[in-house]
Design a protein around this ligand. Structure first.
Ligand code: SF4
Ligand code: SF4
Length: 315
């Protein structure tokens, strides 16, 4: 039985794969996308979030903290000295207002799946299932593998959401128990990719090619981020790469019965709803001044992607 770090188990998800699903957000990612909508999943170990707007000023955390990390300044404002915090959780335990919370908790795979199975009737009725997201599920590969194995044993549809910036062996270990792979690509220019997310794109593009050589359905979910990849040229480059993967899969399938398993593309518009999470972590929200793309701009980019020969999801 394996244990891993879970940030959240979100029931009744309708945006993370087909049907009604439970999405399990795992802790830890290899990328550092500055706009990340789930920044609490990025670091591999749990840390304490402080939501100042929930704080009722009871001072229980100040008394509980053995490191002197919690306090009030001379004006009565709550301060959290993160440099002193050793993540012991004593302040979290006494904060009944839930202004202090851990980003993640340790759980066994068995316990995660027990929670997933609570909604089995919804999966059965909607064609849904379970999605492992993050963070990067392939980072906690043994833990993810056991969750997916247990879900498959319970005859649930399984999906992973991955950035694929991991060794191929980690992804390959999950594939036998995964029905759908959802992957994102942020930029085809490696230097621009590194500027935006802190790593070049060679590894994930190589993994995308290897995924195309499997028989797994792949849905590429491309976040459209102003100043990063929201021009027609940038989306066209990503869509052309995905079309090449489709052609690669079709060539492999040549002579076999039926159609090749689909590779599709979806564009997801940037939004600014994660700002509060960055504040709670004491991080700068570098996407605060970005303007979300309009519906018209997204529609234009979808037309651009389709013109490149990529198959748009849902069209
Ligand atoms: S225990 Fe929670 S509510 Fe009370 S002062 Fe600390 S953060 Fe605020
Ligand atoms: S987690 Fe522990 S060390 Fe960190 S602020 Fe809370 S009580 Fe202090």
């Amino acid at each position: 039985m394996t244990t891993g770090y879970i940030c959240n188990i979100q029931r009744f998800s309708v945006h993370d794969g087909p049907g009604i699903r439970t999405t399990v957000f795992l802790k830890g990612c290899t990328l550092r996308c500055f706009w990340c909508h789930n920044p609490e999943t990025i670091r591999p170990r749990p840390e304490v979030q402080f939501f100042a707007n929930r704080c009722i000023g009871c001072a229980a955390c100040v008394d509980a903290c053995p490191e002197g990390a919690q306090g009030f300044d001379e004006n009565g404002l709550r301060i959290f000295d993160r440099a002193k915090c050793v993540a012991c959780g004593k302040c979290v335990d006494v904060c009944y207002a839930e202004a202090l919370v851990f980003t993640a908790k340790a759980m066994t795979a068995e316990a995660v799946v027990a929670e997933i199975l609570l909604d089995r009737a919804f999966y059965d009725n909607s064609g849904g299932g379970v999605t492992l997201s993050g963070g990067e599920p392939a980072l906690q590969v043994e833990f993810s593998r056991e969750i997916l194995e247990r879900c498959k044993a319970a005859e649930l549809h399984t999906a992973i959401e991955t950035a694929a910036n991991v060794p191929w062996e980690s992804l390959a270990a999950l594939l036998p128990v995964t029905d759908l792979v959802m992957m994102d690509i942020k930029h085809m220019d490696s230097a621009k990719h590194r500027d935006a997310v802190g790593a070049p794109n060679a590894l994930l593009l190589a993994n995308a090619r290897r995924l195309a050589e499997t028989d797994k359905p792949i849905l590429f979910r491309i976040p459209v981020i102003p100043t990063v990849n929201d021009t027609p040229e940038e989306i066209a480059a990503i869509a052309a790469f995905i079309r090449q993967l489709t052609e690669l899969r079709a060539a492999q399938h040549n002579g076999m019965a039926g159609q090749p398993v689909p590779i599709t593309l979806e564009l997801l518009a940037f939004h600014r709803m994660a700002g509060d999470k960055y504040n709670s972590l004491g991080w700068e929200y570098r996407a605060a001044n970005l303007t979300p793309p309009t519906k018209e701009h997204m529609a234009m980019l979808m037309d651009v992607a389709a013109a490149q020969g990529a198959v748009l999801h849902g069209r």
